[in-house]
Design a protein around this ligand. Structure first.
Ligand code: NDP
Ligand code: A1CAB
Length: 243
């Protein structure tokens, strides 16, 4: 069984995507018990026991808790595979915390819960590719690209939710009922993503197909550019990787 140290948003999304019984701990909230109630398995009161009993361990706590968690696990991690999903935490930091383990650095995103996630794995962690492919797409990257990967994929469900909210609210200001605007926008978002994929990621072609010369799309795109859409995404990336 996979053992989850931490049963929060990201660990829970992975566990639900994998859809199998788990071993899990938390720091007292009861989220581990809720996950076990849903998927089967066992809640353990102690991270060391979890590591001893798990076939592989996922670190699903917050990055700043690494040293404290590793100290609690101690020798139980000897010979174990420890998969970290901790944002901004290097393989060197993980290996220092778990010197007797095989450590793997991965950055997933929450759509793994629906098996439509994206997980980036730092080179050296190839043995985890098949596991994460069960819950979506996997990209193996040089470790130096992992922060940018997180800023491009892991945070993106939140950005897309914000973009959706902004677009829907604009529609409501334009006179659409909110529920109708939401349904229409989400169907458009899903269809547009599929279209971009079908066009091999050729964003210019997709834009040109929609944009009549002197027409309404051209006016709308120009307004988005004037209001700093590209700068906003660029600054967001810099904010994420800058810590
Ligand atoms: N959320 C996301 O989309 C993504 C998150 N990540 C990474 O995933 C990690 C978790 O983030 P997220 O799920 O959002 O955070 P959450 O706060 O939702 O979950 C953190 C979990 O860790 C548990 N925890 C804290 N201390 C311990 C401990 N000593 N022993 C066992 N469990 C402990 C918490 O317990 P309790 O429930 O009791 O509070 C909680 O269940 C972070 O490192 C983050 O960088 C990476 C990619 C995407
Ligand atoms: O917000 C965070 O810190 C985590 C890392 C990536 C997504 N959520």
């Amino acid at each position: 069984m996979i053992g989850f140290i931490g049963a929060g948003n990201m660990a829970g999304a992975l566990a639900r995507g994998w859809g199998e019984p788990v071993l899990a701990t938390d720091s007292g909230s009861g989220r581990a018990a809720a996950l076990v109630e849903e998927l089967g398995g066992e809640t353990l009161g102690d991270n060391a026991e979890l590591v001893r009993r798990a076939d592989a361990v996922v670190l699903g706590h917050k990055p700043y808790q690494l040293e404290q968690v590793a100290a609690g696990v101690g020798d139980a991690a000897t010979g174990k595979t420890v998969i970290s999903i901790l944002g901004g935490t290097s393989i060197a930091q993980l290996q220092a915390a778990f010197p007797q383990s095989t450590v793997i650095r991965a950055v997933p995103n929450t759509p793994v819960a629906l098996r439509r996630g994206v997980t980036c794995i730092a080179e050296g962690g190839e043995q985890a590719v098949a596991l994460f492919e069960r819950v979506g797409s996997v990209f193996v990257l040089p470790e130096s690209q992992m922060s940018v990967a997180l800023a491009t994929t892991s945070v993106m469900p939140a950005y897309v939710a914000l973009v959706a909210e902004a677009a829907i609210d604009a529609g409501v200001r334009g006179g659409l009922p909110a529920a109708r605007a939401t349904e229409m926008f989400l169907a458009t978002l899903a269809g547009s993503a599929e279209l971009l994929i079908a066009r091999g990621g050729d964003t210019l072609t997709v834009r040109r197909e929609v944009t009549s010369p002197g027409g309404s799309t051209a006016r709308g795109l120009a307004a988005l550019e004037r209001n700093g859409l590209r700068t906003a995404f660029d600054e967001a990336l810099q904010a994420v990787i800058g810590g």
